[in-house]
Write a protein that binds this ligand. Structure first.
Ligand code: PMP
Length: 463
């Protein structure tokens, strides 16, 4: 047997699994089920689009981790960039007018790539921290403008913006609130532009306008002088790749302008090429006051995120004198910034944004051909290398099985048994593979989904 599969290696793995089961608190995990199932899966290596775990289990990772490993696993040049940066300067902070070469260069790179007047970059370690930082800047902005009552933030149903107290409050996913007595006050949620579930008899374009007008209604209800900002992901990924009808964003942008409220575009998933555009804002013609970046900034190779701030906001909050009383020990970490720079080099040199557009078209066409008419598939949607598959009980009435049935999880588990990782979320499956995925690998993903859907459909038919 191979070393990885040897008896010794199996014994070490069992010890690690026990250590993990007894001491490691996992994100978004049912810990009692984890105990009963004997512990966690141990991921060990990655190569290209493949994740290797438990010695020799090879899985095609059509989720790119959590939508972050865009340049693919196992890039030696990324490891080298980290090693070089760490040897030069393992750490220094960015407090009190200090910087490092990588942070300075990365801030400029991001500002040049970002839409519109988004020219100022604050570094954080996670998307949650970047959003939390933006929310503090929103408050600072309105105080500096002499309108301190503008504190209310409007978010949307089905949103995901993070796991800190305030960003959790912005999430439009009630199960994330219940155990913690959230949301905090000062947050409201409006309808998401989820045509498939909520569009009724309206065509998508008419529904998109209607969903956008719920922002206007909420501002009127709260009083515009109380509202600070609207936060939204251009495409809501965590809840199943909710594609806004094309009529939605122009209407939202117009309402934010009319009412004078700040717009925060959370591009944690959609940023850096996922949709086949550098940013989803480029596609929708949005120029937000803030943009949140994480995941694809380093392709997940290092924890790093960015709050990108417009000239208008920077002018009010940063250039008026007085210290910006905010920051993290590891903001602008030299190693993380060096790795992010290398990641952006790779994306540019290999044309990976264009590749995401091209391979995305291949993915959508193959998905539509193979499963578009399957009785369990209501809709295949998405943009670039981002796809959502809505699973239904009845295609005609667009009705669903009860969530407790866990239909999507059953299908995702069946796909996993075929060696392919996809994600179940609510009533949908999500696919967002590395940008380097090949056409042959896309065929493997599609074939696994076909088999998984057939298997679960068969079980449903058998009762
Ligand atoms: N915003 C969006 C749109 C996200 O999808 C996520 C994470 N999935 C976050 C923010 C939070 O990022 P992190 O997990 O890095 O805190």
């Amino acid at each position: 047997s191979t070393i990885a599969g040897s008896d010794d290696a199996q014994m070490v793995r069992q010890q690690l699994r026990d250590a993990d089961r007894l001491h490691h608190v996992h994100s978004f995990t049912d810990h009692s089920a984890l105990q009963q199932n004997g512990g966690a899966f141990i991921a060990e290596r990655g190569e290209g689009s493949m994740l290797v775990g438990e010695g020799n289990i090879r899985l095609l990772d059509a989720m790119a981790g959590l939508g972050c490993v865009n340049v693919g696993y196992g890039r030696k040049e990324m490891a080298q960039a980290a090693a070089d940066a760490m040897q030069d300067l393992a750490y220094y902070h960015s407090f009190q007018a200090t910087t490092n070469p990588h942070a300075a260069a990365l801030a400029e790179r991001i500002a040049k790539a970002a839409p519109g007047a988004l020219n100022h970059v604050f570094f954080a370690n996670s998307g949650s921290e970047a959003n939390e930082s933006i929310l503090k800047l929103v408050r600072a902005y309105w105080r500096a403008k002499g309108q301190p009552n503008r504190q209310h933030i409007i978010a949307r149903d089905y949103a995901y913006h993070g796991s800190t107290l305030f960003t959790t409050s912005l999430n439009g996913l009630p199960p994330m609130h219940e155990a913690f007595g959230l949301p905090l006050s000062g947050v409201s949620h409006i309808e998401a532009p989820y045509w498939y579930r909520q569009g009724g008899d309206l065509d998508p374009e008419a529904y998109g306008k209607k969903a956008a007008r719920s922002l206007k209604d909420k501002i009127t209800e709260l009083g515009a002088d109380q509202v600070a900002a609207f936060i939204a992901e251009p495409i809501q990924v965590t809840s199943g790749v909710i594609m806004p009808p094309e009529s939605y964003w122009p209407e939202i942008v117009a309402i934010c302008k009319q009412e004078g409220i700040l717009l925060i575009a959370d591009e944690v998933v959609t940023g850096f090429g996922r949709t086949g555009h550098w940013f989803a804002q480029n596609h929708y013609g949005i120029e937000a006051d803030f943009m949140t970046l994480a995941k694809g900034l380093s392709s997940g190779y290092m924890p790093i995120a960015a709050a990108v701030i417009s000239d208008k906001v920077a002018e009010m909050t940063l250039q008026q004198g007085g210290a910006f009383q905010h920051g993290f020990t590891t903001s602008g970490h030299p190693v993380a910034c060096a790795v992010a720079l290398k990641n952006l080099d790779i994306i540019v040199q290999e044309g990976l944004v264009e590749r995401a557009a091209k391979m995305g078209a291949v993915l959508h066409s193959k998905l539509n051909t193979a499963i578009g008419d399957h009785p369990l598939v209501g809709e295949v949607r998405g943009m670039g290398l981002l796809a959502g598959i809505e699973l239904v009980r009845d295609r005609k009435s667009r009705s669903h099985y009860p969530l407790e049935l866990g239909l999507c999880s059953h299908v995702a588990n069946a796909a996993l048994m075929q060696g392919v990782i996809v994600r179940a979320t609510g009533n949908s499956l999500v696919i967002c593979p590395p940008f380097i995925i090949t056409e042959a690998e896309i065929d493997v993903v599609v074939a696994a989904l076909v088999a998984a859907l057939e298997q679960i459909y068969g079980q449903l038919q058998a009762g």
